[in-house]
Design a protein around this ligand. Structure first.
Ligand SMILES: [Zn+2]
Length: 184
């Protein structure tokens, strides 16, 4: 498979590179390029590693000079390190956003489950466990586009645990029903 940098990709990333390099200039000597004398320099020397973080615009001459220039080699290495730190930071931000959303979903799900039981048991005295479960799952999906059966079961069971406000009993038909826990 041919995986060297293609002309189309070069065109795509050119504006971004110019922005990153503070102008249409050589990464090494910082002089402006005239549009005919530049190459897409691979910082790590691997011509098949075409992440934009590994590519900079440079003079053909400066690219050749790099082979024997410790200074240019260090510049390339430093730039690569900066890029990998940038990637790590971006990934961290994405993770924390994801994490917040997960927590928010859990809170919405728990609050709605509690509200549902409070309302229904206050008016009807009891509700079938399966009715509560599937009504809540359905409502959550209508309202928020999420809400899994397992999550709702978890919250129902917590609310009906020893320390919860409610408990699960078996009714005359042998079906599980949620009622208010006796407080005496
Ligand atoms: Zn140069």
């Amino acid at each position: 498979m041919f995986s060297y940098l293609r002309a189309k990709k070069k065109q795509e990333i050119l504006p971004k590179l110019i922005e990153m390099q503070g102008g249409f200039r050589c990464f090494y000597c910082k002089k402006y390029l005239d549009g005919t004398d530049y190459i897409y320099e691979h910082l790590d020397g691997d011509r098949q590693h075409n992440d934009i973080g590994n590519i900079r615009l440079a003079h053909q001459g400066c690219n050749i000079k790099k082979i024997h220039s410790a200074e240019y080699q260090v510049m390339a290495k430093d730039e690569l390190e900066k890029e990998s730190e940038k990637c790590l930071k971006e990934r961290k931000n994405e993770d924390s956003e994801h994490y917040t959303t997960e927590i928010e979903i859990n809170i919405q799900c728990r609050n709605y489950t509690k509200k549902f039981l409070d309302e229904h048991i206050a008016t009807d005295g009891s509700i079938l466990y399966s009715d509560a479960l599937w009504s809540i799952v359905n409502d959550l999906n209508e309202k928020y586009n999420h809400g899994s059966e397992q999550a709702v079961r978890r919250y129902l069971n917590a609310l009906c645990s020893m320390t919860g406000k409610y408990m699960i009993i078996k009714n005359d038909d042998g079906k599980r029903e949620i009622v208010r826990r006796n407080q005496n």
